[in-house]
Design a protein around this ligand. Structure first.
Ligand SMILES: C[S@@+](CC[C@H](N)C(=O)[O-])C[C@H]1O[C@@H](n2cnc3c(N)ncnc32)[C@H](O)[C@@H]1O
Length: 289
C-alpha cells in the first residue's frame, strides 16, 4: 500500500479526531511523555517539545495515565532508543536517520541532531499532517507521509545516498504490523542497504507472542481501535529471518516498567528458558560490524 500524499504546510484546526486504528496509538506514547515528570520523576525525562504538542492539542493524558506500566515502559524504551540514536550520530555524524512510525514523537527535538544528519519522520498522511502542524520544526528534520513498510515507494526520496550510513528507528510500531509484511519490510531495508553499500542500524521494540495474544486486554491499546499482530519469541528470530541484520544489543523493557511487569518478565524468562516478554533490540548489518 502506498499512502504517499501531498500535504498542506500547516493544518488549521489541530485535534486528534482524524486518528483512528493504529495511528491513534500515538496518543499512548504522547501521554507517557506528558505524564513522565509526574508519574516517573526518577527517570528525569525532560521533553519541552512534547509539552508544547500536548498543550497545542489540548490533549488530556489521563485517558491513558492509569496504565502505569505502559507509561513507564514507553519512557524507558524511549530513553534507551535515544541512547542508540545518540550513539549512531556520534559514529556517523553525516548519517541519515529514518524514524519510522514517528507519530507525534519529539526525539529529534530532544537530541538536536547536528547539521550533517538528515532526519526523516515517516508516518501515515493524517499523522504527518498533525506532526507538521504541532511538532516544533528543526533544520534538516522533515516528515514524509508514507507506509513505511513500502520501502520501494519512499526510499528514493529520503536522501539515502550511496555509502551513507542509515539508522532506522521504529518505536512502538513493529507489533502493529502484519507478520509477513513486517519481515518483508526488514528484508527490503536490508536489501536496500546492500544496494547502497550503507551501514544499516535498525533499532526497534519487539513484542512477544504472549503480548500479541493478550493485546485485547492491554489497558491502553484496547482503548484505541488497534491491536497487536506481530511478535517474536526472541530478537534473534529477526536475524534468522534476515541474516543481514545481526543482533548487536538488547534491552529488556518489561524489567523496567515497575514491580508487576518485572515479576512477569522474570517469570516469563524462567518458563520459556530465557525469552523476553517485551524488549528493544539493535541490529546492525555486516557493513557496520
Ligand atoms: C504507538 S505509535 C508510536 C509513535 C511514536 N513512535 C512514539 O513513540 O511516540 C505507532 C505509530 O506507528 C505508525 N505506523 C504504524 N504502522 C505504520 C506504517 N506501516 N507506516 C508508517 N507509520 C506506521 C502509526 O501511525 C503511529 O503513529
Amino acid at each position: 500500500m502506498n499512502q504517499i500524499a501531498s500535504l498542506p504546510d500547516r493544518m488549521t484546526g489541530q485535534d486528534t479526531s482524524t486518528l483512528s486504528g493504529v495511528p491513534e496509538t500515538l496518543l499512548i506514547t504522547l501521554a507517557a511523555r506528558l505524564t513522565a515528570a509526574r508519574q516517573n520523576p526518577d527517570l528525569h525525562f525532560v521533553d519541552p517539545a512534547a509539552e508544547a504538542v500536548g498543550q497545542a492539542l489540548a490533549f488530556d493524558p489521563d485517558r491513558f495515565a492509569g496504565d502505569k506500566a505502559s507509561m513507564r515502559g514507553s519512557v524507558v524504551r524511549g530513553q534507551w532508543l535515544d541512547g542508540v540514536v545518540a550513539e549512531f550520530i556520534q559514529e556517523h555524524p553525516h548519517g541519515l536517520i529514518l524514524s519510522v512510525g514517528s507519530g507525534l514523537d519529539t526525539r529529534a527535538n530532544r537530541l538536536s541532531p547536528p547539521p550533517g544528519i538528515d532526519w526523516i519522520d515517516l508516518d501515515f498522511p493524517e499523522v504527518v499532517a498533525l506532526r507538521n502542524a504541532l511538532v516544533p520544526a528543526l533544520p534538516n528534520v522533515r516528515a514524509l507521509a508514507a507506509d513505511a513498510t513500502d520501502v520501494g515507494a519512499w526510499s528514493g526520496s529520503v536522501g539515502w545516498e550511496e555509502g551513507r550510513p542509515v539508522l532506522v528507528v521504529a518505536e512502538g510500531v513493529s507489533m502493529y504490523l502484519d507478520p509477513i509484511r513486517a519481515l518483508s519490510w526488514l528484508q527490503a531495508l536490508a536489501a536496500k542497504a546492500v544496494v547502497r553499500g550503507s551501514a544499516l542500524w535498525l533499532a526497534l521494540d519487539l513484542a512477544s507472542p504472549l503480548m500479541v495474544a493478550q493485546s485485547h486486554r492491554h489497558p491502553s491499546v484496547s482503548k484505541t481501535g488497534a491491536k497487536f499482530s506481530w511478535g517474536v519469541r526472541r530478537p534473534e528470530e529477526v536475524s534468522r529471518a534476515v541474516p543481514e541484520l545481526r543482533l548487536a544489543e538488547t534491552y529488556d523493557v518489561a524489567r523496567h516498567c515497575g514491580a508487576a511487569s518485572a515479576a512477569i518478565a522474570f517469570l516469563y524468562r524462567v518458563l520459556t528458558l530465557g525469552r523476553p516478554v517485551y524488549s528493544c533490540a539493535l541490529f546492525r548489518n555486516s557493513s557496520d560490524l
